[in-house]
Write a protein that binds this ligand. Structure first.
Ligand SMILES: [Zn+2]
Length: 313
């Protein structure tokens, strides 16, 4: 029997899609840079030693390894203390979930222990952050969060979960937090403990933004000067330092708490088309703050995120 041509075309297109749709499942914290040239294993201006490097990683792993198991993932970490690379990365390959943490980044003088915790959270964000995802060349959703989402997850969920019971350490940031950041934390949060946690996340974000701005050699990012950029389509790339500071801080200002056992829109990975895109964004909105639900504070900044879901549906 002769095959119908339409069926043959669809079959061929599907085969091409399957071959080319190899999921992009590896990403880093910074774009490639040459800051490793400035590194020295014994640098005196580092804020973190090897023991602290390990304990910061341990804290995150204790929380996220069991959660990865619930999703069929075997989460592990490569602790590369002696490596000079100023970066960190994440990988997902079937059941293998892995993050790579380099000593070169932890030794940077801009990075505080809390800033380093947020870097660990960013890497976990590629795995746990949910939509917005990377895409295949045909626009299909790949379960691996884009850079901006990994940043947003790092503060809206991860750092918040890891620090929410550390009331004393959080309270220390009442005196160190940036004035403008403090005002915005106070407008969003009314409880003393919630405010303290917001201040601590703001301080950690400022430390990291300083590092991210170093290779850019441009204007220093500040809480008072949010990015005015507005993308037409959600970006998967590393945003500029100011935009990343905005994202970290908006995460701290979102009053919605994520359920850490949920990876928003994970089940929609593999699908493509605007219908699935909107559905995925709606699912992500249910675990965060979205303008379509009336939020002005705590939303993903427009410098990397272009919403397509306008509410309901
Ligand atoms: Zn990343």
């Amino acid at each position: 029997m002769k095959k119908k041509p339409a069926f043959a075309v669809v079959a061929v297109l599907f085969a091409i899609h399957s071959v080319l749709a190899t999921p992009r499942t590896q990403a880093s914290t910074l774009p490639p840079n040459d800051l490793h040239l400035e590194d020295d294993i014994a640098r005196l201006d580092a804020n973190i030693d090897e023991a602290e490097f390990n304990s910061i990683i341990d804290k995150a792993m204790a929380f996220y390894v069991p959660l990865a198991k619930e999703h069929g993932g075997n989460l592990s970490v490569e602790r590369l203390w002696e490596n000079k690379m100023v970066n960190a990365s994440a990988l997902r390959m079937g059941p293998i979930w892995k993050i790579y943490m380099y000593g070169g980044l932890a030794r940077r003088p801009e990075v505080t222990p809390d800033g380093f915790q947020v870097v660990v959270c960013h890497e976990l964000g590629h795995l746990f952050g949910g939509f917005p995802f990377y895409r295949t060349i045909f626009g299909g959703l790949v379960w691996f969060s884009v850079e901006g989402e990994s940043d947003y997850f790092a503060t809206q969920s991860c750092a918040r979960e890891l620090w929410k019971h550390e009331h004393e350490q959080n309270a220390v940031h009442r005196v160190t937090v940036d004035f403008y950041a403090q005002q915005r934390c106070d407008m969003t949060w009314s409880g003393r403990r919630d405010r303290d946690l917001c201040y601590r996340i703001a301080d950690a974000s400022a430390s990291l933004a300083k590092l991210l701005a170093t290779p850019e050699k441009g204007e220093k990012p500040s809480f008072a000067t949010p990015s005015r950029e507005s993308v037409a389509r959600t970006s998967r790339k590393h945003p500029k330092a100011q935009c990343r500071l905005d994202t970290y801080f908006e995460g701290a200002l979102c009053p919605e708490n994520r359920d850490p056992s949920i990876i928003p829109a994970k089940r929609l990975a593999g699908y493509f088309g605007t219908f699935f895109n909107r559905r995925a964004e709606k699912q992500a909105a249910s675990q965060s703050c979205h303008s379509a639900e009336g939020y002005f504070e705590g939303v993903r900044p427009r410098c990397w995120f272009a919403p397509v879901w306008m509410g309901e549906q």
